[in-house]
Design a protein around this ligand. Structure first.
Ligand code: KG4
Ligand code: ZN
Length: 344
């Protein structure tokens, strides 16, 4: 089954052709980074306008690079939630138009689930597993029982981890987007130059939840309070210390979740899954515990059409289609949650 995947939820205009949820024939990503760079963040109105201008060309390129004809696709998968509404609408309406003109089915896809599907595109592994999603908009620790069955154990109670990277970077003018810039800078810094706060959310129901707004504010506003006084107060040291705090805060919850669930596989997704300290920390932990860990390659960590097409295949294969009344949603879908947590 040949599926065209379309992704326009934020600032990447992306399309891909994937066969049977696995083989990527093309994966075109037109990034708007340069356009949003002067604003140090995504400007929603600009993003949707650019998607409108680019979407046809990006889909054409995906089809051409896959060396197929458009009529050879069996279905279309398109992100319809969560994300920037104006941007999502461009991809969704394009997919609807294509579906009508080709007479092929389409399915609306949840972006969060698609990120968690990304590691399946390059690895063979079974359900269930511990799923970790770290992106600009989401931070989720969950049990993935099937492509459409996810139990959330923990999530952020305020900012997403990627948001913290981006805002710290914006404040210090380190580069945009912030995650990759801080990752690079941190290689040259001392992670112990500052000892930033590591919030503990004490109640049992919040065991796996994380909070990033306190850390973000501390790095931005209260440097002196957390400085060790021995190392220089330079950008490299701030980046390294912030990165250490952000990743270890998350890894603490991952360690607990591994221990409590007894799961022996972990798969990760989202832009922050490209972070070198996170990849090292999780790999080391996995080796120590005899747990298998599956990372997407860097291109599949951040937003892309292949993960949308890959996940879409599983719905389309089961005959699950969307109809033309489907609309977009800026909000995260309600995943099953807490029931499992209460039983720990
Ligand atoms: O998954 P993604 O492309 O978009 C969302 O769905 O949010 O993730 C983008 C996020 C941004 O916050 C970006 O700063 C972060 O991923 N990111 C990184 C790295 N590369 C991208 N964060 C930390 N380290 C990196 N190497
Ligand atoms: Zn994303």
């Amino acid at each position: 089954m040949v599926v065209l995947g379309i992704e326009t939820s934020c600032d990447e205009c992306a399309a891909a052709i994937v066969v049977d949820g696995k083989t990527i024939l093309s994966n075109i990503i037109a990034s708007q980074i340069e356009i949003h760079q002067p604003f140090q963040g995504v400007v929603p109105e600009l993003a949707s306008r650019l998607h409108t201008e680019w979407i046809s060309k990006v889909v054409d390129e995906a089809v051409t690079e896959a060396e197929i004809q458009l009529h050879q696709i069996d279905g279309i998968a398109v992100t319809n939630r969560p994300g920037l509404s104006g941007s999502l609408l461009v991809g969704l309406n394009y997919a609807k138009g294509l579906s009508a003109s080709l007479g092929k089915p389409f399915i609306g896809i949840d972006h969060v689930r698609a990120h968690l599907y990304a590691p399946h595109l390059e690895n063979e592994f079974e359900y269930p597993y511990l799923g970790l999603l770290l992106s600009g908009g989401h931070t989720i620790i969950c049990i993935v029982k099937g492509f459409n069955e996810i139990d959330v154990l923990g999530t952020t109670i305020d900012d997403a981890i990627g948001e913290a990277f981006d805002k710290v970077s914006k404040y210090y003018n380190l580069g945009y987007p912030g995650g990759a810039a801080i990752d690079k800078l941190a290689q040259k810094g001392n992670p112990d130059a500052f000892k930033f706060p590591n919030p503990r959310l004490k109640t049992i129901y919040k065991k796996y939840d994380v909070s990033y707004s306190g850390l973000k504010t501390a790095v931005i506003n209260q440097l002196d309070k957390f400085w060790n006084g021995k190392d220089e107060k330079n950008f490299e040291n701030i980046a390294a210390s912030f990165q250490k705090a952000a990743i270890s805060l998350f890894m603490k919850r991952v360690n607990m979740a591994l221990q409590d669930t007894g799961l022996t596989r972990v798969a990760v997704g989202g832009g922050v899954a490209a972070n070198s300290l996170f990849r090292d920390s999780l790999t080391k932990k996995a080796q120590k515990e005899g747990v298998d860990v599956y990372f997407p390659s860097h291109q599949l960590c951040t937003d892309n059409g292949a993960m949308i097409a890959g996940l879409g295949y599983h719905y389309l294969k089961e005959g699950e289609y969307s109809d033309y009344s489907l609309t977009v949603s800026a909000r995260v879908s309600a995943f099953k949650s807490s029931v499992w947590k209460k039983n720990i």
